[in-house]
Design a protein around this ligand. Structure first.
Ligand code: ZN
Length: 248
């Protein structure tokens, strides 16, 4: 069953690649079918097998020989591994389905934010819809949606405060993103995700400043770090928070 989740994740991953390339261009995401970005030739079904076809074609287009971005197999593999880990953690459950969809959405948001320093509205709307659906399910089955809504609102407020104080250290996209993460994860795991994001973002930012790859006025997009925090909190957050709390 884990293998099935892995394979399903790989296949979904190749759709994510299409989204990442077509969303910023405002292109139709279902049509036309996959083509080589260089020569425009339609890809054969055999070229669409995730990861395997990239390795078989040695990272080049089967028609014109142009290099294909390694982003394709990396996204497919990352999505497949996340699906497998989510299954191992949450089993065959509604949670697994929601978290797998969220994991995929966050791959798209993370790459787009990294590339364009922007979190696209359509991805935010989808995330809000998904988390609202999840909370409705949680409320009906366990009656505990309120604390998740509060953690999302607190996360949104925290980043809004940072935006107002630093005048642009973070963006409103980050605030919406943490709202979604808060609604999905609840108070403890959201705090943990934010903690991981801040540490990772701080380390990378310091490295870029010290190595002079970035000036003082440049900013690093925070979205990818929030997303890293989400993955870590989702997969090992409960144990980490538990160990931390029992240490006191
Ligand atoms: Zn080509």
């Amino acid at each position: 069953m884990t293998l099935l989740f892995l394979i399903y994740g790989l296949i979904t991953g190749s759709f994510l690649n299409v989204l990442v390339f077509r969303l910023p261009l405002g292109e139709n995401i279902a049509f036309p079918s996959s083509r080589c970005n260089e020569c425009g030739k339609r890809l054969k079904p055999a070229h669409l097998i995730p990861v395997v076809s990239y390795m078989y074609l040695k990272g080049k287009c089967g028609y014109c020989g142009k290099r294909i971005s390694p982003q394709y197999p990396i996204v497919e593999l990352a999505n497949g591994i996340l699906y497998a880990l989510i299954y191992l953690r949450f089993g065959w459950s509604a949670q697994s389905v929601v978290f797998a969809i969220a994991a995929s959405l966050f791959i798209v948001i993370g790459i787009l934010d990294f590339r364009y320093q922007d979190i696209f509205n359509v991805t935010i709307w989808f995330g809000l819809f998904l988390s609202a659906l999840y909370l409705a399910y949680q409320q009906v089955n366990h009656g505990k949606a309120a604390e998740n809504i509060l953690s999302g609102a607190a996360g949104f407020g925290l980043i809004a405060l940072v935006i107002i104080i630093t005048r642009g250290g973070m963006g409103w996209g980050d605030a919406w993103l943490l709202l979604i993460i808060g609604m999905l994860l609840g108070p403890q795991l959201t705090a943990f995700a934010f903690f991981i994001a801040s540490i990772a973002g701080g380390m990378v930012g310091t490295y870029l400043l010290v190595s002079r790859k970035m000036g003082r006025r440049d900013s690093v997009p925070f979205g990818p770090f929030l997303i890293l925090g989400f993955y870590v909190a989702l997969l090992i957050g409960k144990e980490a928070v538990g160990a931390y709390l029992s240490a006191f």
